[in-house]
Design a protein around this ligand. Structure first.
Ligand SMILES: Cc1cc2nc3c(=O)[nH]c(=O)nc-3n(C[C@H](O)[C@H](O)[C@H](O)COP(=O)(O)OP(=O)(O)OC[C@H]3O[C@@H](n4cnc5c(N)ncnc54)[C@H](O)[C@@H]3O)c2cc1C
Length: 300
């Protein structure tokens, strides 16, 4: 079977592992540019086999705050890991044969793909692993996407601990902001919302008296709901392309790898239907979480 994979993120790379597949990646390097905060639960990381060498540090304290006097502290039962995200993708890429870097897929027709470099194919199966770009997936089902931006910044005196999640309508109306301690006085500070995200990030940095030490980076956080169907004829969706992201936290790395692995197993068994079955429970949980999201922020 000839397989094409659109996107060399965690979902596409895990799905393509050890298969005879052409993986198309629009960027010139795997794992870059970075967009993600890179936090995962240690339990999830173990379950999907995140290599320990890409774990940068771990956290055991979560603070929920409105940065206006109300704060709750949670001691985490299992630690949360900060990952070296480009490192994770480079590691996953070691088990993938053909990655065509710098080759964006722009159209799909029948068994063929059109990329910026020409027509490719024929393919029996196309794995859509395009992440939050969702140029193909959005034509099948819609998922709410919120612009998100973050920056690494110095905060003198290190006033905040480990992971701080900020719920404050004045900072983000439809999501939350985050302040994650990275090292020394450096924090990763970011937020997602529906509008004026750069302006809101500037105001948050000012409030925290934070001095940026990196360029801003980000993308689109997915807030669900997950796709109802993952297999559409010869097209199969994984990771963010399938809307497999936790609506209340934006976490999608583990689900990207989990769906990639489930698809890889199904392809090895020659039973594509088992992919959809194996993700059913996950999708039900994400759909429920989306209902909780609607209760918190209202329906759109
Ligand atoms: C600001 C932000 C912070 C986040 N923080 C976290 C976090 O802390 N923890 C967590 O678990 N999740 C987080 N996420 C979500 C997480 O990044 C995604 O869920 C995860 O990357 C999904 O993996 P993926 O492989 O599906 O997609 P991606 O990682 O987005 O990979 C998709 C790949 O496809 C390529 N591509 C797209 N379109 C094409 C095309 N047409 N042709 C060729 N290549 C293409 C892209 O260049 C990219 O390399 C965050 C997301 C954002 C935006």
């Amino acid at each position: 079977m000839r397989i094409a994979v659109i996107g060399a993120g965690p979902a596409g790379l895990t799905a393509a592992r050890g298969l005879d597949a052409d993986v198309f990646e629009e960027h010139e390097e795997v794992g870059l540019p970075r967009h993600c905060t890179s936090l995962v639960s240690s339990a999830g990381a173990e379950a999907v086999g995140v290599p320990l060498e890409v774990v940068v540090r771990s956290y055991s304290l979560l603070t929920v705050s409105n940065l206006a006097g109300h704060t709750l502290y949670f001691k985490l039962r299992r630690p949360v890991y900060l990952l070296d995200r480009p490192g994770l993708e480079l590691k996953l890429a070691e088990d993938v044969g053909r990655i065509r870097l710098g080759e964006q897929v722009v159209a799909a027709s029948g068994n063929y793909l059109r990329t910026r470099r020409g027509v490719r194919g024929p393919y029996d199966l196309v794995i859509v692993a395009e992440g939050f770009a969702r140029r193909f997936a959005d034509r099948l089902e819609r998922v709410e996407r919120l612009p998100a931006l973050q920056v690494d910044a110095k905060v003198a005196g290190r006033p905040l601990e480990e992971i701080v999640v900020v719920y404050n309508r004045g900072i983000s109306r439809r999501y939350f902001a985050w302040v994650v301690h990275i090292d020394g006085e450096v924090y990763r500070i970011g937020l997602a919302d529906t509008s004026d995200v750069p302006g809101k990030l500037m105001r948050l940095l000012k409030l925290l008296r934070a001095e940026p030490v990196s360029k801003p980076f980000g993308g689109r956080v997915l807030a669900g709901p997950p796709h109802r169907r993952l297999v559409w004829g010869r097209y199969v969706l994984v990771g963010d392309a399938a809307g497999l992201t936790k609506p209340l936290s934006g976490g999608g790395i583990i689900l990207a790898m989990r769906s990639g692995r489930a698809l890889n197993d199904a392809l090895r068994k020659g039973d594509l239907g088992s992919y959809e079955d194996s993700m059913r429970f996950v999708r039900m949980r994400l759909a429920l979480a989306r209902k909780a999201y609607d209760l918190m922020y209202g329906r759109r």
